[in-house]
Design a protein. Structure first.
Length: 95
């Protein structure tokens, strides 16, 4: 590429089908991941982690090593880059 050559943004991005409304996107390590309204964390390589099975993710925060999600199931869950999920807190019937 020459110094004055203009590249399209389409050449620089990778398409991904999350399969649901994306609440928040971020990185876990070097891989993009998406917290969805269907309760899953979807990784760019196609893996899915059911952080809130049967529920929705309402809020999500990425710190680079994990994504912490709050769901309508009353749980706060941390999901790591390997796809493992751990419940950090649970308060039933408070929604």
């Amino acid at each position: 590429m020459t110094e004055n050559e203009v590249r399209s943004v389409a050449e620089l991005v990778t398409s991904c089908e999350a399969g649901a409304h994306v609440v928040t996107a971020g990185f876990l390590g070097d891989e993009a991941a998406f917290a969805t309204g269907e309760g899953e964390v979807v990784f760019l390589d196609g893996r899915k982690a059911a952080a809130h099975p049967g529920g929705s993710i309402l809020e999500a925060v990425f710190d680079g090593a994990r994504v912490v999600t709050a769901g309508d199931d009353g749980r706060v869950v941390a999901t790591g880059a390997e796809g493992n999920s751990e419940t950090l807190a649970e308060v039933k019937n408070k929604w």
